[in-house]
Design a protein around this ligand. Structure first.
Ligand SMILES: *C1O[C@H](CO)[C@@H](O)[C@H](O)[C@H]1NC(C)=O
Ligand SMILES: *[C@@H]1O[C@H](CO)[C@@H](O)[C@H](O)[C@H]1NC(C)=O
Ligand SMILES: *[C@@H]1O[C@H](CO)[C@@H](O)[C@H](O)[C@H]1NC(C)=O
Ligand SMILES: *[C@@H]1O[C@H](CO)[C@@H](O)[C@H](O)[C@H]1NC(C)=O
Ligand SMILES: *[C@@H]1O[C@H](CO)[C@@H](O)[C@H](O)[C@H]1NC(C)=O
Ligand SMILES: *[C@@H]1O[C@H](CO)[C@@H](O)[C@H](O)[C@H]1NC(C)=O
Ligand SMILES: *[C@@H]1O[C@H](CO)[C@@H](O)[C@H](O)[C@H]1NC(C)=O
Ligand SMILES: *[C@@H]1O[C@H](CO)[C@@H](O)[C@H](O)[C@H]1NC(C)=O
Ligand SMILES: *[C@@H]1O[C@H](CO)[C@@H](O)[C@H](O)[C@H]1NC(C)=O
Ligand SMILES: *[C@@H]1O[C@H](CO)[C@@H](O)[C@H](O)[C@H]1NC(C)=O
Ligand SMILES: *[C@@H]1O[C@H](CO)[C@@H](O)[C@H](O)[C@H]1NC(C)=O
Length: 402
């Protein structure tokens, strides 16, 4: 371990703490020299402040770590692809991460780190919020790569494809009536809020329905990965792809695809729900977003980052989402939805998705570290498109919505 580097960072942080009036009475800064780092930095006299508004800039003062790249995984096999291959052997414990995934993992010079959120929207939002607010980290210049598996649309992807969304859409924010109880002329049981039919723009918006990411950075991430050899999946995956209509992308080899992602806590499957959710993606994005992957976290992650970006804790233009396709969202012709969904042997594309997320993500990580001074310290891939949420929280004018 680079003890000297750690100690000099600690001294610098102690000096910053001492210089900051809001943190002057901070009680302790506790860095262990084991492979688990634990720091406690507390403001003990906040209650005695006379100002009615106490604004504390966290994430900079006293920060020990300023990673250049932070990979975000959702569960263990996604995490292993990065932690094992890049030897992210240092565990940094951070308060309020998932009880199941309590550590940020780091390489030996603290330039590349990863965090695992736990699965589902609640875990993703909680972990990213905790990390963004942690006084251990200065994430203001950090590039974030969301690296997780997803279900894929057979129209645009196949098992092992790696997709790069510009839009993330949260499709669960709708009314639902069980499809056994719907009128005969409805295609599915989902209806947009404050409307009584589908494909009408929702009449009420929570703000997390749609996020737009930096397209220029996304395109760079794809371009530097354009020559990687992607894992083709098992012989079972190759055979299974052929069950679909040969006009669909699913029957081809895995590729890198620029297309958009849908978030729902519900792990759904089947052609009817695919139609419901892809229609929603189309409606809420004013036809700008093209649904091609389905997962359980991205809009939660992006909402937490949005709030952090609003307060200068992270840069929203430095986020890339990668979703590797582990399974297909609907059955091939001649097979019903339940047989398809519950046949593990048919859904077995996860290993190629994990491998390909790392294979395609590594050139981007190397690009960021290798060209830090010239291209990334000051982001040369500045967005040409609107970035942010429905409420224009980060400024600019959104290109979707009412
Ligand atoms: C979820 O986030 C994605 C960005 O990954 C965005 O394109 C999408 O519109 C969001 N969806 C919802 C319903 O919030
Ligand atoms: C630092 O952590 C150790 C081990 O948890 C604890 O015993 C000690 O009291 C802490 N020191 C301070 C100053 O908080
Ligand atoms: C690191 O944390 C883990 C999990 O809390 C614990 O089992 C382990 O003993 C710790 N290691 C050290 C060196 O403190
Ligand atoms: C560090 O984290 C890894 C991955 O989460 C875990 O397998 C390992 O046991 C942890 N090491 C310690 C010392 O806690
Ligand atoms: C830090 O380590 C990474 C590999 O983990 C290496 O690519 C990079 O050059 C190192 N950076 C410095 C400043 O030593
Ligand atoms: C379904 O039928 C009802 C009653 O005829 C009609 O009002 C409604 O517009 C129809 N909905 C669709 C989606 O066609
Ligand atoms: C990909 O390969 C082509 C042909 O060898 C080469 O011209 C191009 O520079 C490579 N691109 C990257 C990003 O490595
Ligand atoms: C890779 O997968 C594609 C699509 O399933 C198949 O056509 C091709 O033969 C496979 N290649 C190899 C080397 O298995
Ligand atoms: C395959 O898709 C094409 C184009 O959508 C369609 O014309 C054709 O009927 C489909 N074939 C089968 C067997 O479903
Ligand atoms: C789906 O197909 C399987 C096998 O043909 C059959 O046993 C099952 O009853 C079918 N389920 C439905 C819901 O149609
Ligand atoms: C998006 O579509 C809705 C109708 O669904 C329309 O009222 C709105 O003006 C459109 N917004 C933009 C930015 O084009």
């Amino acid at each position: 371990m680079k003890l000297d580097l750690l100690l000099s960072a600690l001294c610098a942080s102690t000096a910053l703490v001492a210089a900051n009036p809001l943190l002057r009475r901070a009680s302790s800064s506790n860095v262990s020299t084991s492979t688990n780092y634990t720091q406690t930095a507390t403001i003990t006299d906040a209650a005695s402040a006379t100002d009615t508004v106490l604004t504390v800039s966290q994430g900079r003062f006293g920060a020990l770590f300023k990673p250049k790249v932070l990979v975000i995984n959702m569960f263990t096999p996604e995490q292993n692809a990065w932690v094992n291959n890049l030897d992210l052997k240092y565990n940094i414990s951070v308060p309020m991460l998932s009880p199941e995934y309590p550590f940020v993992h780091s390489n030996s010079n603290y330039t590349i780190m990863s965090v695992t959120t736990g699965e589902g929207e609640i875990n993703a939002a909680s972990t990213i919020t905790a990390l963004a607010l942690s006084p251990l980290f200065d994430l203001t210049d950090t590039y974030f790569i969301v690296s997780g598996i997803a279900g894929g649309s057979p129209d645009l992807t196949t098992i092992g494809s790696v997709t790069y969304p510009k839009y993330g859409v949260q499709v669960g924010l709708q009314y639902e009536i069980d499809s056994r109880e719907i009128p005969a002329n409805w295609s599915y049981g989902y209806v947009n809020f404050k409307t009584s039919q589908t494909n009408v723009y929702p009449g009420t918006i929570y703000g997390t329905e749609i996020f737009e990411l930096n397209e220029a950075l996304r395109d760079r991430a794809m371009q530097v990965a354009s020559n990687v050899t992607l894992n083709n999946g098992t012989s079972g995956n190759v055979a299974f792809r052929q069950k679909y209509n040969t006009s669909m992308a699913v029957t081809g080899s895995p590729k890198l695809v620029a297309c958009d992602t849908a978030t729902s806590d519900v792990y759904w499957s089947g052609a009817i729900l695919e139609k419901a959710f892809s229609d929603y993606v189309t409606t809420v994005s004013n036809s700008s977003a093209t649904y091609c992957s389905t997962q359980q976290e991205d809009n939660a992650t992006l909402e937490a980052f949005l709030r952090a970006a609003k307060h200068g804790l992270v840069d929203y233009a430095r986020i890339v989402v990668m979703r590797g396709i582990s399974d297909i969202d609907r059955a091939p012709p001649g097979m019903n939805a339940t047989t398809f969904f519950f046949s593990k042997s048919l859904q077995g594309g996860s290993s190629s998705a994990y491998a390909n997320l790392y294979a395609a993500g590594l050139p981007f990580v190397q690009d960021i570290l290798g060209n830090w001074d010239t291209l990334y310290a000051e982001n040369q891939f500045t967005p040409k498109n609107y970035i942010g949420d429905y409420f224009n929280t980060l400024g600019g004018v959104r290109d979707f919505g009412l």
